[in-house]
Design a protein around this ligand. Sequence first.
Ligand SMILES: NC(=O)c1ccc[n+]([C@@H]2O[C@H](COP(=O)([O-])OP(=O)(O)OC[C@H]3O[C@@H](n4cnc5c(N)ncnc54)[C@H](OP(=O)(O)O)[C@@H]3O)[C@@H](O)[C@H]2O)c1
Length: 288
Amino acid sequence: MRTILVTGIRGQLGAEVGEILSPLGEIIGVGREKLDLAKPEQIREAITQIKPHIIINCGAYTGVDKAESESDLAYQINGVAPTVLAQEAEKLGATLVHISTDYVFDGTKNTPYLETDPTHPRGVYGKSKVAGEEGIGQTGAKYYILRTAWVYGTQGKGNFVKTMLQLGREKEELGVVMDQVGTPTWTQDIAKAIASLLQQDTPRGTYHFTNSGVTSWYDFAVAIFEEALLLGLPLQVKRVVPITTSEYPTPARRPAYSVLDTRKLGAVLGEYPPHWRVSLRKMLEEGV
Ligand SMILES: NC(=O)c1ccc[n+]([C@@H]2O[C@H](COP(=O)([O-])OP(=O)(O)OC[C@H]3O[C@@H](n4cnc5c(N)ncnc54)[C@H](OP(=O)(O)O)[C@@H]3O)[C@@H](O)[C@H]2O)c1
């Protein structure tokens, strides 16, 4: 039986990956207390002990705004740790699946980003994720870097869907940014794509995976409320107001256009991801 080490097991993606990949092997899910990604020696020791066949790195420094003032820690967790994981995977002949982000791009394109497009992150979080990708690429490990975007799911501490539902229960009017577009992506779909990728003899490299379609944060919020109302969830919200990014300043700049082209992975897996709204509906039906 294969041993599958999943880091960030209590994060929204890690928890889902731990469940969905359990038919593929013995899952060893670790959180920060067992494997602190900020401590390279601890990573090396844990991997030497566990000897996994597959490592799925769902742990990350995900505070996009906080990273602007904690750049050393962000680089340690998002840049150094994935590199160390890849070095250890190479020693064992293990496969590494690492999760990266649309924020490696600057968002100035207006057609979906390809895996071959040059990276040009706008903030520390994106830069630290690029460092991780580059570190992994310099090893000889069998690796998959899966870039995804706008992630939400039922598990973990929080995400845009949970925040909107919370605000929608409390407020009658909400302003949501309408000039940033991307593709909301359900953790369950990402976990299933990872399972398919591992079950097929997928060539190592970087792949984009998101749900299909394009939307803005504003339209995503409206869709969340429409779907929630159809399910009978109690909401106070009566009006969602489209606002611009400049009306909602944040410490980190975000890409205006962060749609990823997913055709490379689709061609390998022989199937394309569900539309974001279909997945949103399913996620809300499961309960948040
Ligand atoms: N969320 C998004 O919209 C999005 C978009 C694109 C890509 N991604 C990528 O997708 C992956 C999964 O993200 P997610 O949304 O599931 O994030 P998440 O819910 O924030 O989970 C990240 C996990 O990493 C853990 N972690 C943080 N620092 C750690 C450390 N020093 N040692 C060990 N574990 C640590 C966290 O543990 P604690 O709970 O203890 O902090 C948390 O369980 C990440 O690589 C992220 O960059 C996310």
